[in-house]
Design a protein around this ligand. Structure first.
Ligand code: AHG
Ligand code: MN
Ligand code: MN
Length: 357
């Protein structure tokens, strides 16, 4: 082979592998800088989450063509919400994917009243998967983006009565968290406490391929994302914030009805997502263990913030598995702006109280 042949060979290899194809499992091991048992566990767990994401993505991409994929089941879940067929399907996909993992003894999801046990895994499986199988499920039937949210926690003790009491701990206890966004592409975003990393599903390879590493959210962004149809149900502080953004240049509203989609935009472009308490739901709508805490963990890893309005979200421990909290999440400055209106109203209330005494 002469020198010009070897050059053309190198070039054709370059062309064939037009990017460094880092898969999810390899990425986890590289980031933990270890091939020890815990790193292997985490890598296997992420691979299983990826598998569930691929199965759900495949189902969603053909949902309108598959009989019985869309619409309601006729059941009401533990949250009092109507269950969609996709909620149920995705809930079971995660269970099936983790039955084979050996690593997970139980799964807890917003669709199940109590944790689901996989007894054959329990002797060695010390991890629990917490998840929202389909987030934004009202979007499914109209072919708009939805997501899945996940979090991994260590199992503490043996949980003899199978109620998952050891899961009632704050968000700092999460070992990993992330989401899968089923949009024009299927995107998986995760953190194991070492930055936030983004993978895109290459359907021809059937693999999640690394697209961006160590993502950081801008300190400030233009987007505010909140369901303004609930204005009549809000406390004054949030009304004050909304009036402020309506009257100042540089703010734009985006709200998709799927937290994962709105969060994803804000993670990349900056801004703030808000789901506050309302008259009907004083604690808001979003579930701490399956939605707010995993996204708060990611947001802090990306350099942003998550708050209930009065407390750091990751500091909150729920009093039951399906507890909800208000959520204000996004860029540092934008979360602080919302909080400033809450603090101001609290200060005024204190002053009024002092005057009455
Ligand atoms: P889920 O589909 O898991 O029940 O979650 C829906 C959530 C969230 O995705 C979204 O931000 C919010 O509900 C939208 O609620 P509203 O319609 O009340 O704005
Ligand atoms: Mn949800
Ligand atoms: Mn859901």
């Amino acid at each position: 082979m002469n020198s010009s042949d070897s050059t053309s060979l190198e070039l054709s290899y370059d062309f064939a592998l037009d990017r460094d194809c880092t898969t999810l499992s390899r990425h986890v091991l590289e980031h933990l800088q270890s091939f020890g048992p815990e790193a292997q566990d985490m890598s296997a767990l992420m691979t299983r989450i990826g598998l569930a994401g691929k199965l759900i993505s495949r189902r969603l991409s053909r949902a309108g063509l598959v009989e019985g994929a869309l619409g309601f089941t006729g059941d009401i879940n533990v949250q009092g919400e109507e269950v969609k067929k996709m909620d149920l399907y995705a809930n079971e996909v995660f269970i099936a994917a983790f039955k084979q993992s050996g690593l997970v003894c139980r799964l807890a999801s917003e669709e199940m009243e109590k944790p689901y046990y996989i007894p054959e895994n329990c002797p060695i499986g010390r991890y629990t998967l917490l998840y929202d199988p389909i987030d934004g499920s009202s979007n499914v039937d109209v072919n708009l983006n939805v997501g899945s949210i996940f979090s991994i926690r260590q199992q503490v003790g043996n949980d003899p009565d199978h109620t998952g009491q050891d899961l009632l701990q704050d968000g700092h206890q999460q070992l990993a968290a992330g989401y899968i966004l089923y949009g024009p592409s299927t995107v998986l975003v995760y953190s194991i406490g070492k930055g936030v990393h983004v993978f895109i599903l290459d359907p021809s390879l059937g693999e999640f391929i690394l697209a961006a590493e160590n993502l950081t959210i801008p300190k400030h962004g233009p987007v505010y994302s909140v369901n303004e149809g609930n204005f009549w149900q809000w406390e004054d502080a949030l009304r004050d914030f909304t009036r402020y953004v309506h009257r100042h240049e540089g703010h734009t509203a985006r709200y998709s009805g799927a937290l994962v989609g709105d969060f994803h935009r804000i993670l990349f472009q900056g801004g703030v997502f808000i789901y506050p308490g309302t008259l009907k739901n004083p604690e808001g709508k979003l579930r701490l263990l399956y939605e707010s805490a995993p996204l708060a963990y990611l947001m802090e890893q990306a350099g942003g913030r998550a708050s209930t309005g009065s407390q750091t979200l990751l500091d909150i421990a729920p009093d039951h598995l399906h507890a909800r909290t208000p959520l204000i999440i996004g860029s540092h400055e934008d979360v602080a702006l919302v909080e400033s209106f809450i603090e101001e109203r609290a200060r005024q209330a204190e002053e009024e109280l002092a005057l009455q005494q």
